[in-house]
Write a protein that binds this ligand. Structure first.
Ligand SMILES: Cc1cc2nc3c(=O)[nH]c(=O)nc-3n(C[C@H](O)[C@H](O)[C@H](O)COP(=O)(O)O)c2cc1C
Length: 298
Protein backbone atom coordinates (compact mmCIF):
# COMPACT_ATOMS: atom_id res chain seq x y z
CA UNK A 1 0.00 0.00 0.00
CA UNK A 2 2.92 2.38 0.69
CA UNK A 3 5.21 1.04 -2.05
CA UNK A 4 6.61 3.52 -4.55
CA UNK A 5 8.93 3.08 -7.50
CA UNK A 6 11.53 5.66 -8.43
CA UNK A 7 13.61 5.09 -11.56
CA UNK A 8 13.01 1.35 -11.40
CA UNK A 9 14.02 1.10 -7.75
CA UNK A 10 11.28 -0.21 -5.48
CA UNK A 11 10.89 1.53 -2.11
CA UNK A 12 8.85 -0.33 0.53
CA UNK A 13 7.48 3.08 1.54
CA UNK A 14 8.19 6.67 0.52
CA UNK A 15 10.05 7.64 3.72
CA UNK A 16 13.79 8.20 3.20
CA UNK A 17 16.28 9.50 5.76
CA UNK A 18 17.87 12.71 4.46
CA UNK A 19 21.58 13.12 3.84
CA UNK A 20 23.64 14.49 6.70
CA UNK A 21 21.01 13.86 9.35
CA UNK A 22 21.14 10.08 9.62
CA UNK A 23 24.84 9.27 9.30
CA UNK A 24 25.08 5.89 7.60
CA UNK A 25 22.06 4.45 9.41
CA UNK A 26 23.96 2.78 12.26
CA UNK A 27 23.48 5.79 14.53
CA UNK A 28 19.72 5.29 14.74
CA UNK A 29 19.65 1.52 15.13
CA UNK A 30 19.12 1.80 18.90
CA UNK A 31 15.89 3.74 18.39
CA UNK A 32 14.13 1.51 15.85
CA UNK A 33 14.81 -1.00 13.10
CA UNK A 34 15.92 1.40 10.35
CA UNK A 35 15.21 -1.38 7.85
CA UNK A 36 11.56 -0.29 7.94
CA UNK A 37 12.53 2.90 6.08
CA UNK A 38 12.12 3.18 2.32
CA UNK A 39 15.74 4.26 2.05
CA UNK A 40 18.66 6.06 3.61
CA UNK A 41 20.64 8.78 1.88
CA UNK A 42 24.22 8.69 3.13
CA UNK A 43 26.11 11.60 4.59
CA UNK A 44 27.46 13.68 1.69
CA UNK A 45 30.51 11.88 0.28
CA UNK A 46 33.51 13.42 -1.43
CA UNK A 47 36.41 11.84 -3.28
CA UNK A 48 38.83 12.61 -0.42
CA UNK A 49 38.02 12.44 3.31
CA UNK A 50 37.00 15.79 4.80
CA UNK A 51 37.34 17.01 8.38
CA UNK A 52 34.61 19.59 7.90
CA UNK A 53 34.49 23.21 9.00
CA UNK A 54 36.13 24.83 12.03
CA UNK A 55 34.04 26.63 14.62
CA UNK A 56 30.37 26.24 15.43
CA UNK A 57 28.70 23.76 13.09
CA UNK A 58 25.10 23.64 14.24
CA UNK A 59 22.96 26.36 15.78
CA UNK A 60 19.35 26.22 16.89
CA UNK A 61 16.90 28.81 15.56
CA UNK A 62 13.19 29.32 16.20
CA UNK A 63 11.50 26.52 14.32
CA UNK A 64 14.63 25.02 12.84
CA UNK A 65 18.40 24.92 12.85
CA UNK A 66 21.36 26.19 10.91
CA UNK A 67 24.38 24.10 9.97
CA UNK A 68 27.78 24.58 8.48
CA UNK A 69 29.25 21.09 8.80
CA UNK A 70 31.41 21.37 5.69
CA UNK A 71 30.76 17.86 4.37
CA UNK A 72 32.75 16.02 7.01
CA UNK A 73 32.99 12.45 5.70
CA UNK A 74 35.41 9.51 5.44
CA UNK A 75 35.85 9.79 1.64
CA UNK A 76 34.36 7.61 -1.09
CA UNK A 77 36.83 4.70 -0.88
CA UNK A 78 36.43 4.32 2.86
CA UNK A 79 32.66 4.46 2.37
CA UNK A 80 32.77 1.67 -0.21
CA UNK A 81 35.04 -0.50 1.95
CA UNK A 82 33.29 0.04 5.30
CA UNK A 83 30.08 2.06 5.70
CA UNK A 84 28.41 0.73 2.55
CA UNK A 85 28.87 -2.87 3.65
CA UNK A 86 27.06 -2.07 6.91
CA UNK A 87 24.36 -0.06 5.18
CA UNK A 88 23.58 -2.92 2.81
CA UNK A 89 22.86 -5.11 5.83
CA UNK A 90 20.15 -2.71 7.01
CA UNK A 91 17.61 -4.07 4.51
CA UNK A 92 16.67 -0.72 2.99
CA UNK A 93 17.62 1.15 -0.20
CA UNK A 94 21.03 2.78 -0.05
CA UNK A 95 21.37 6.15 -1.72
CA UNK A 96 24.89 7.55 -2.00
CA UNK A 97 24.84 11.35 -1.62
CA UNK A 98 27.77 12.85 -3.52
CA UNK A 99 29.35 16.28 -3.16
CA UNK A 100 32.33 17.92 -4.77
CA UNK A 101 34.35 21.11 -5.02
CA UNK A 102 34.99 20.80 -8.75
CA UNK A 103 33.79 18.73 -11.70
CA UNK A 104 36.72 16.28 -11.42
CA UNK A 105 35.86 15.53 -7.77
CA UNK A 106 32.32 14.58 -8.70
CA UNK A 107 33.45 12.48 -11.68
CA UNK A 108 35.98 10.44 -9.74
CA UNK A 109 33.56 9.70 -6.91
CA UNK A 110 30.83 8.65 -9.33
CA UNK A 111 33.11 6.33 -11.30
CA UNK A 112 34.21 4.62 -8.07
CA UNK A 113 30.56 3.89 -7.27
CA UNK A 114 29.83 2.17 -10.59
CA UNK A 115 31.01 -1.22 -9.35
CA UNK A 116 29.19 -1.11 -6.03
CA UNK A 117 25.69 -2.24 -5.10
CA UNK A 118 24.31 1.17 -4.08
CA UNK A 119 20.73 1.57 -5.31
CA UNK A 120 20.88 5.19 -6.41
CA UNK A 121 22.99 8.32 -6.50
CA UNK A 122 21.84 11.60 -5.06
CA UNK A 123 23.99 14.33 -6.59
CA UNK A 124 24.25 17.30 -4.24
CA UNK A 125 24.83 20.34 -6.45
CA UNK A 126 24.70 22.77 -3.51
CA UNK A 127 28.47 22.41 -3.05
CA UNK A 128 30.66 25.46 -3.58
CA UNK A 129 32.49 25.32 -6.91
CA UNK A 130 36.12 26.20 -6.17
CA UNK A 131 36.75 27.28 -9.77
CA UNK A 132 33.94 29.83 -9.78
CA UNK A 133 34.99 31.57 -6.58
CA UNK A 134 32.93 29.34 -4.33
CA UNK A 135 29.51 29.92 -5.90
CA UNK A 136 27.55 26.70 -5.60
CA UNK A 137 26.96 24.56 -8.72
CA UNK A 138 23.26 24.64 -7.93
CA UNK A 139 22.77 28.40 -8.33
CA UNK A 140 23.04 28.83 -12.10
CA UNK A 141 21.18 26.34 -14.26
CA UNK A 142 23.81 26.33 -17.06
CA UNK A 143 26.48 25.27 -14.54
CA UNK A 144 24.19 22.57 -13.12
CA UNK A 145 23.47 21.38 -16.66
CA UNK A 146 27.18 20.80 -17.29
CA UNK A 147 27.68 18.80 -14.08
CA UNK A 148 24.57 16.69 -14.47
CA UNK A 149 25.19 15.82 -18.13
CA UNK A 150 28.77 14.82 -17.36
CA UNK A 151 27.74 12.65 -14.41
CA UNK A 152 24.90 11.08 -16.36
CA UNK A 153 27.34 10.04 -19.07
CA UNK A 154 29.62 8.17 -16.65
CA UNK A 155 27.27 6.58 -14.12
CA UNK A 156 25.44 3.28 -14.41
CA UNK A 157 23.18 4.07 -11.42
CA UNK A 158 19.84 5.90 -11.33
CA UNK A 159 20.71 9.58 -10.93
CA UNK A 160 18.72 11.76 -8.57
CA UNK A 161 19.84 15.40 -8.53
CA UNK A 162 19.33 17.33 -5.30
CA UNK A 163 18.34 20.93 -5.93
CA UNK A 164 19.19 23.98 -3.89
CA UNK A 165 16.42 26.43 -2.98
CA UNK A 166 19.08 29.12 -3.46
CA UNK A 167 18.94 28.51 -7.23
CA UNK A 168 18.24 31.64 -9.26
CA UNK A 169 15.07 30.03 -10.61
CA UNK A 170 14.09 26.67 -9.20
CA UNK A 171 11.78 25.65 -12.06
CA UNK A 172 14.32 26.55 -14.73
CA UNK A 173 16.96 24.66 -12.71
CA UNK A 174 14.73 21.57 -12.54
CA UNK A 175 14.00 21.65 -16.27
CA UNK A 176 17.70 22.04 -17.12
CA UNK A 177 18.70 19.14 -14.85
CA UNK A 178 16.03 17.02 -16.51
CA UNK A 179 17.37 17.98 -19.96
CA UNK A 180 20.86 17.07 -18.79
CA UNK A 181 19.67 13.56 -17.98
CA UNK A 182 18.61 13.55 -14.33
CA UNK A 183 16.39 10.51 -13.70
CA UNK A 184 14.75 12.12 -10.67
CA UNK A 185 15.08 15.25 -8.54
CA UNK A 186 15.11 15.78 -4.80
CA UNK A 187 14.42 19.16 -3.24
CA UNK A 188 15.12 21.14 -1.20
CA UNK A 189 18.55 21.44 0.35
CA UNK A 190 19.07 24.09 3.05
CA UNK A 191 18.38 27.79 2.54
CA UNK A 192 21.22 30.23 3.02
CA UNK A 193 20.79 32.03 6.38
CA UNK A 194 22.72 34.23 8.77
CA UNK A 195 23.11 34.41 12.57
CA UNK A 196 25.04 36.93 14.68
CA UNK A 197 26.51 36.49 18.16
CA UNK A 198 25.65 39.92 19.59
CA UNK A 199 28.09 39.62 22.50
CA UNK A 200 31.04 38.90 20.23
CA UNK A 201 29.63 41.26 17.57
CA UNK A 202 30.40 38.77 14.86
CA UNK A 203 28.90 35.99 12.80
CA UNK A 204 28.10 32.77 14.66
CA UNK A 205 29.59 30.68 11.85
CA UNK A 206 33.19 30.93 10.62
CA UNK A 207 31.89 30.86 7.03
CA UNK A 208 29.50 33.74 7.87
CA UNK A 209 26.40 32.20 6.31
CA UNK A 210 24.98 28.75 6.98
CA UNK A 211 22.18 26.44 5.84
CA UNK A 212 18.74 26.76 7.42
CA UNK A 213 16.57 23.65 7.75
CA UNK A 214 13.63 22.36 9.79
CA UNK A 215 9.96 23.38 10.16
CA UNK A 216 10.71 27.03 9.30
CA UNK A 217 11.44 26.11 5.67
CA UNK A 218 8.53 23.73 5.10
CA UNK A 219 6.12 26.07 3.30
CA UNK A 220 8.89 27.18 0.94
CA UNK A 221 9.93 23.59 0.24
CA UNK A 222 6.33 22.54 -0.34
CA UNK A 223 5.80 25.38 -2.81
CA UNK A 224 8.97 24.47 -4.70
CA UNK A 225 8.04 20.78 -4.84
CA UNK A 226 4.62 21.77 -6.20
CA UNK A 227 6.09 24.06 -8.87
CA UNK A 228 8.83 21.65 -9.92
CA UNK A 229 6.70 18.53 -10.04
CA UNK A 230 4.28 20.30 -12.39
CA UNK A 231 7.15 21.35 -14.65
CA UNK A 232 9.01 18.04 -15.13
CA UNK A 233 7.98 14.50 -16.06
CA UNK A 234 10.44 12.71 -13.78
CA UNK A 235 9.89 11.70 -10.13
CA UNK A 236 10.39 14.40 -7.52
CA UNK A 237 11.40 13.56 -3.96
CA UNK A 238 10.29 16.24 -1.49
CA UNK A 239 11.98 17.40 1.67
CA UNK A 240 12.39 20.44 3.85
CA UNK A 241 10.94 20.75 7.33
CA UNK A 242 8.89 17.55 7.33
CA UNK A 243 8.18 16.82 11.00
CA UNK A 244 5.25 14.42 11.03
CA UNK A 245 3.08 12.22 8.80
CA UNK A 246 0.71 15.06 7.98
CA UNK A 247 3.62 17.04 6.49
CA UNK A 248 4.67 13.95 4.53
CA UNK A 249 1.17 13.55 3.06
CA UNK A 250 1.17 17.25 2.11
CA UNK A 251 4.39 16.81 0.13
CA UNK A 252 3.00 13.75 -1.65
CA UNK A 253 -0.20 15.61 -2.53
CA UNK A 254 1.95 18.49 -3.82
CA UNK A 255 3.64 16.11 -6.25
CA UNK A 256 6.40 14.23 -4.41
CA UNK A 257 6.79 10.53 -5.25
CA UNK A 258 8.66 10.07 -1.95
CA UNK A 259 9.80 12.26 0.92
CA UNK A 260 12.91 12.66 3.03
CA UNK A 261 13.18 13.50 6.70
CA UNK A 262 16.13 15.50 7.95
CA UNK A 263 16.22 17.86 10.91
CA UNK A 264 13.31 16.11 12.63
CA UNK A 265 15.62 13.13 13.27
CA UNK A 266 17.52 15.33 15.74
CA UNK A 267 14.44 16.42 17.72
CA UNK A 268 12.59 13.12 17.45
CA UNK A 269 14.77 10.12 16.59
CA UNK A 270 11.62 8.00 16.26
CA UNK A 271 10.22 10.24 13.50
CA UNK A 272 10.85 7.78 10.67
CA UNK A 273 8.85 5.02 12.30
CA UNK A 274 6.06 7.37 13.41
CA UNK A 275 5.72 8.92 9.95
CA UNK A 276 5.47 5.53 8.21
CA UNK A 277 2.81 4.38 10.69
CA UNK A 278 0.92 7.68 10.42
CA UNK A 279 0.85 7.52 6.62
CA UNK A 280 -0.36 3.92 6.73
CA UNK A 281 -3.19 4.80 9.14
CA UNK A 282 -4.18 7.78 7.00
CA UNK A 283 -4.57 5.59 3.93
CA UNK A 284 -6.69 3.08 5.87
CA UNK A 285 -8.88 5.84 7.34
CA UNK A 286 -9.38 7.49 3.94
CA UNK A 287 -9.95 4.17 2.14
CA UNK A 288 -6.98 4.77 -0.18
CA UNK A 289 -5.54 1.49 -1.48
CA UNK A 290 -2.31 2.80 -2.96
CA UNK A 291 -0.21 5.81 -1.91
CA UNK A 292 0.50 6.47 -5.59
CA UNK A 293 -3.14 7.59 -5.95
CA UNK A 294 -2.48 10.77 -3.98
CA UNK A 295 0.78 11.85 -5.60
CA UNK A 296 0.29 15.31 -7.06
CA UNK A 297 -3.47 15.44 -6.57
CA UNK A 298 -3.30 19.08 -5.45
C1 LIG B 1 23.43 18.82 9.95
C2 LIG B 1 23.01 18.70 8.51
C3 LIG B 1 23.89 18.15 7.58
C4 LIG B 1 23.51 18.04 6.23
N1 LIG B 1 24.37 17.46 5.33
C5 LIG B 1 23.98 17.29 4.03
C6 LIG B 1 24.83 16.62 3.09
O1 LIG B 1 25.93 16.15 3.43
N2 LIG B 1 24.40 16.50 1.81
C7 LIG B 1 23.17 16.97 1.40
O2 LIG B 1 22.80 16.82 0.22
N3 LIG B 1 22.34 17.59 2.28
C8 LIG B 1 22.72 17.75 3.57
N4 LIG B 1 21.86 18.37 4.45
C9 LIG B 1 20.56 18.87 3.99
C10 LIG B 1 19.43 17.92 4.33
O3 LIG B 1 19.62 16.65 3.73
C11 LIG B 1 18.07 18.52 3.87
O4 LIG B 1 18.10 18.74 2.47
C12 LIG B 1 17.74 19.83 4.55
O5 LIG B 1 18.15 19.82 5.89
C13 LIG B 1 16.23 20.13 4.49
O6 LIG B 1 15.46 19.11 5.09
P1 LIG B 1 15.00 19.14 6.64
O7 LIG B 1 14.37 20.48 6.88
O8 LIG B 1 14.05 17.99 6.78
O9 LIG B 1 16.24 18.96 7.46
C14 LIG B 1 22.22 18.50 5.81
C15 LIG B 1 21.35 19.06 6.76
C16 LIG B 1 21.72 19.16 8.09
C17 LIG B 1 20.74 19.75 9.07
Amino acid sequence: MLKVNINGVEFKNPVIAASGTFGFGEEYKDFYDVGILGGISSKGLTINPKDGNEGIRVYETSSGMMNSVGLQNPGIDHFIEHELKNMKKLNTNVIANIGGGCMEDYEEAIINLNNTDIDMIELNISCPNVKSGGMAFGIKSEVAYDVVSKIKSITNKPLMVKLSPNAENIVEMAVKCREAGADSLSLINTLKGFAIDINKRKAVFNNTYAGLSGPAIKPIALRMVHEVSKAVDIPVVGLGGISNWQDAIEFMMAGASAIQIGTVNFTNPMAGKEIIEGMENFLIKEGIKDINEIIGIV
